[in-house]
Design a protein around this ligand. Structure first.
Ligand SMILES: [Zn+2]
Length: 172
């Protein structure tokens, strides 16, 4: 079976999920629909466990390092800590990014757990990529939201359209 909070595959003899620490209920059948109180427990645990995880995205700039050589330089743009997100509200990044007009739009994101505000020592970072269909040229805004199951979603918008990403599990 898989952890109900983070999706990690679990061995039947484990007492807690090795990734997120959620107590494993071995009696639970794999495909049995979760009852509502248990589902609420899962969501509460996920929300609590991920509250100090910061989510953001990267942009790249190209620098010349020689006559024929360019290196890309990655800049992180933190969007929010999960604990700052309120249900159903989109947290838009204050700066717009410039899309080169490629399609689809590729958003590289990062998730990192911060222990204390501003303390970046020992931070574990995970990265991923999401593609947004359509043609995106010019200024694009990136946002983040939290759904009712405490999964995060990325949003991108320009003058013509706005798209929301599939759910992203911060803990997995
Ligand atoms: Zn887990």
């Amino acid at each position: 079976m898989n952890c109900h909070v983070c999706g990690e595959e679990l061995k039947m003899d484990s007492g807690r999920c090795p990734v997120c620490g959620f107590a494993v209920l071995v009696q639970l059948e794999q495909n049995k629909e979760l009852d509502k109180p248990f589902q609420q427990t899962v969501v509460r645990y996920r929300r609590e466990r991920q509250k100090d995880h910061e989510v953001g995205f990267f942009t790249w700039t190209w620098k010349r390092e020689g006559p024929d050589h360019f290196a890309n330089d990655r800049q992180p743009h933190p969007l929010a800590r999960c604990g700052q997100l309120e249900d159903g509200q989109i947290h838009w990044h204050k700066e717009e990014i410039i899309s080169s007009g490629e399609e689809p739009l590729m958003l590289s994101y990062f998730i990192r757990e911060l222990t204390d505000p501003g303390d970046e020592t020992g931070v574990q970072e995970k990265t991923g990529t999401i593609f947004f269909e359509g043609t995106w040229a010019g200024n694009v805004q990136v946002g983040l939201s939290l759904d009712q199951e405490a999964f995060v979603h990325f949003h991108v918008k320009d003058e013509d359209h706005e798209i929301i990403s599939p759910p992203v599990n911060v803990l997995s």
